[in-house]
Design a protein around this ligand. Structure first.
Ligand code: GAP
Length: 487
């Protein structure tokens, strides 16, 4: 009954078959690294987003949420450093013309070595790569590729160009009349919408430091090598929170959020043994400390969330380029009994990709199960063990037959329950087939209305995870499911 880690292609196929994720514009053969969420996927994604939003804004009285626009004044990205620094080192194979992100090329090679039992050698390669990356030593990186004879997967040759930096931001034009156009960018992170609104929120919300501003929304990156399904996309969604603190207290808050965010992932049902921290070797241009929370995806441990101590870098830069003061007056008294006064706050950021989180939930939930029944025959099912609080549908309501007044009772129950949570109504096929379909979608509870219901007002409730069934009063269904899905 164990959940296999190496079942990635089955998970991708399952997501498509059961309305979770489709390739974008599939009828035109799709668009690389862009995906659409189907009817069940969109609901699961919304539930995960709502769970994050609630935990940030409702459960923390000093965090509020905003919804800033995707388009921002182009100077935003100059100030943030994205115009000058938001690039990845790339290398092209001269024979196939295929372009690779250097770290991906080397990591793939190291993974292959580890898979053939050469784990120590693989670790050595990664250590060397991280050392070169931290110093932007492109000559060192290229020799690492050449010395290890790392080949292009298309041409099979080692005929590489020099390593160059490529900016990841998408550009577009504002305005349609020639000569009046202006280059703007699709935001590569949602964080800057928070920084530029820092004073608006602080003043209108009368926020006192420490306080946070949260936001969820789309971000865009022209990833050269987008891969691994929804793990690395060109259009994706982030859930970010900037926590504004008094300078000098940032490490205290950094450690607080580091611990808090790991606990949060566990509260979402992710197993502790598949989560770990990874400290950054090379810090981003804005950070003085950074850690990733990594998850063990079907293709290994990879970044799920980043926690950065961003210093006062962003606010200071925006203050300089916009020529508007972005300071906070702190009237609390310091050790000398004087107010701390005016300063630019320091920031601790938590930033998680919603699509990546979706992938962690689905890959934890997916299980192929086989067992022997009491009569000795074999049985099997594919089940999504999605935690009930975030499952797309909470309850399926299934009349045993399409007659004898059972559909009417079932619809009455549905009309009552849909006021509180998402319900699914199904009257086609055998009850066994309907249960299997609900397992595959991840619906945690099914209620069957049968002839006994007409006699004594009871129904059978069937639990997805244990497949056990019990008889409960029809009138208790809504209350029971509400209890099971509440946090
Ligand atoms: N504001 C900080 C920031 O954007 P990041 O580490 O570049 O930091 C944060 O991104 C998170 O966004 C990542 O941990 C990941 O979950 C998600 N993310 C980044 N690039 C992504 C991509 N191309 N596709 C899907 N998710 C991505």
């Amino acid at each position: 009954m164990a959940n296999e880690l190496n079942n990635f292609s089955e998970i991708i196929a399952h997501c498509k078959e059961y309305g979770y994720i489709f390739p974008s514009s599939e009828i035109y053969d799709g668009l690389s690294a862009v995906y659409d969420y189907g009817q069940n996927g969109a609901q699961l994604k919304k539930n995960i987003r709502d769970y994050w939003w609630r935990s940030m804004t409702q459960l923390h009285e000093n965090i509020v949420g905003i919804d800033a626009a995707i388009f921002m004044h182009p100077l935003t990205w100059k100030a943030s450093g994205h115009v000058d620094n938001f690039s990845d080192p790339m290398i092209d194979n001269k024979d196939s013309q295929k372009r690779y992100r250097v770290d991906h090329l080397i990591e793939t090679f190291a993974d292959e070595q580890a898979a053939t039992g050469k784990s120590e050698f693989a670790k050595e390669i990664i250590t060397k790569m991280e050392k070169f990356l931290s110093k932007d030593d492109f000559v060192g990186l290229k020799s690492l590729i050449e010395e290890n004879n790392i080949k292009c997967s298309i041409s099979g040759t080692c005929n590489w160009t020099d390593i160059r930096q490529f900016n990841l931001m998408f550009e577009t034009k504002l305005g349609s009349i020639s000569g009046e156009t202006d280059t703007i960018y699709l935001r590569p992170e949602t964080a800057q919408g928070i920084f530029v609104n820092f004073l608006n929120v602080q003043k209108t919300g009368r926020m006192k430091i420490p306080f946070g501003i949260a936001q969820t929304g789309k971000a865009f990156r022209n990833e050269i090598v987008a891969r691994q399904f929804i793990f690395r996309m060109r259009e994706f969604e982030q859930m970010e929170m900037q926590f504004f603190v008094r300078p000098g207290t940032e490490m205290e808050w950094y450690n607080y959020w580091k611990a808090e965010r790991l606990k949060w992932h566990e509260s979402l049902g992710l197993p502790a043994e598949r989560l770990r921290y990874h400290d950054h070797v090379k810090l981003a241009h804005y950070a003085n400390a950074a850690v990733d929370i990594e998850f063990e995806f079907p293709f290994g441990f990879k970044e799920l969330e980043g926690i950065h101590s961003r210093t006062d870098f962003d606010l200071k830069q925006h203050q300089e380029l916009s020529k508007k003061k972005l300071q906070y007056f702190d009237n609390e008294l310091n050790e000398d009994g004087k107010p701390y006064g005016n300063y630019i706050p320091y920031v601790v950021e938590t930033s998680v990709g919603l699509d990546r989180l979706f992938l962690t939930v689905i890959s934890t939930a997916y299980a192929e199960e086989k067992w022997t029944k009491e009569d000795g025959s074999e049985d099997s099912r594919v089940v999504l063990r999605i935690p009930p609080k975030i499952a797309p549908y909470k309850l399926a309501i299934l009349p045993l037959v399409k007659k004898d007044g059972l559909p009417e009772i079932a619809k009455g129950l549905m009309n009552e329950c849909k006021q509180s949570f998402h319900t699914f109504y199904e009257e086609k096929d055998s009850i066994g087939k309907r249960y299997r379909r609900m397992d595959a979608i991840g619906t945690p509870f099914c209620v069957t209305i049968d002839h006994q219901t007409k006699e004594d007002n009871t129904v059978t409730i069937r639990y997805r995870d244990t497949m056990t069934q019990e008889r409960i009063a029809l009138n208790d269904v809504r209350k029971l499911i509400n209890e099971k899905i509440s946090n």
